[in-house]
Design a protein. Sequence first.
Length: 435
Amino acid sequence: MRSFIYVESANHFPIQNLPYGVFLREGKSNEPRVGVAIGEYILDLSVLEKEGYFNETPIQNEKVFSECSLNKFMSKGHEAWQAVRNVLQKVLHEDEPKLRDNQPLREQAFVLQKDATMLLPVEIGDYTDFYASKEHAANVGTMFRGKENALMPNWTHLPVGYHGRASSVVVSGTDFHRPQGQVKPADATTPIFTPCRQLDFELEMGCFVGPGNDLGEPVSVDNAEENIFGLVLVNDWSARDIQAWEYQPLGPFLAKNFATSISPWVVPLAALEPFRVAGPKQEPKPLPYLQTSKPDSYDIKLEVYIQGDKMEKRQLLATSNYKHLYWSIAQQVAHHTITGCNLNAGDLLASGTISGPDKESRGSLLEIAWRGTEPVELENGEQRSWIEDGDELTITGWCDGDGYRVGFGEVKGRVLPAKENLLGSSKQEKVTAHS
Ligand code: CA
């Protein structure tokens, strides 16, 4: 299948993908619109909607694409998403003249991605962060508790997760200041107030919930995927030193609430279908409500790059794959809702750090530099145990098809120095004195 819009074989956005995003056109209008990426372009769906292109679908007579988020479209459900996707794949097909030969409409409907600003695509009500990679959980457990107790006894029986913070989820390209907080150095008896000294990234992917479920009505593991609109790349920034002091007994709080970056294009599950694979064998067998009847993971190649402000180009830091995750999206949704908890359109469920079996596939600096004991050598002679001011992290991911790629683009974020006004010495003494 090919589009009349030229797409290079390594481009992430061929007609087989068609991810959704929300964008602003440069100059012309400041109204956000929903579009799909195709090659170097964005197809503005609000234009097609006005022209009646979706009149034969379940969203007929509704304006869902002149919106500042995907939420309205996401809430319409699986059948509506598939119907719109069918229209788009037909309209963009190289043999279909309707849009291809309508030059005035093409000029309105297509925007070069470089002439647009991508916005946060979803209004995120709730954000849940899982811990679904066995290799990541085992690496972290080994560092903090020793090899014998690497995995907690619950880990192989349920997808461990916690309720995160939705308000600080930001779109790729949003820089943020190094967080500050309470830290207790190993040789101190009381904590100090300081800029985070162990800032880290986490290579993750996240899925967005579609229509969701009513309070009191769990989603079964077999129906879970119909509730998922699509996937994005996630960098779940983490302050490891703040986390180490604060996390017991209720888990991470400030260590994870200052920034979580996501990629702007939401890749529909339908586009990932050709890349469906089985996840790792689950032993022991999960309880019946978590048992799945078909392969429920995806072969998505993942890469992480770092570029410090003294580096001329970015350097590869890690390579991993989504298929390494032990707990699948379907299992996460089934587990999340088994109590009757309601998920809403726009909720984000992140996977947790995706580490693989090799040293090269570790998905955080905590693991790559093994808690500071094996610093990473950078090409310009610098070393990294943790992320430094000015460092930009980029995560990219894609599926390899036959002569094409279904990709996620990138999620980027750069760390700025801590804000100075929080560091008054009197404030610092106060915090120390009261602890
Ligand atoms: Ca995380």
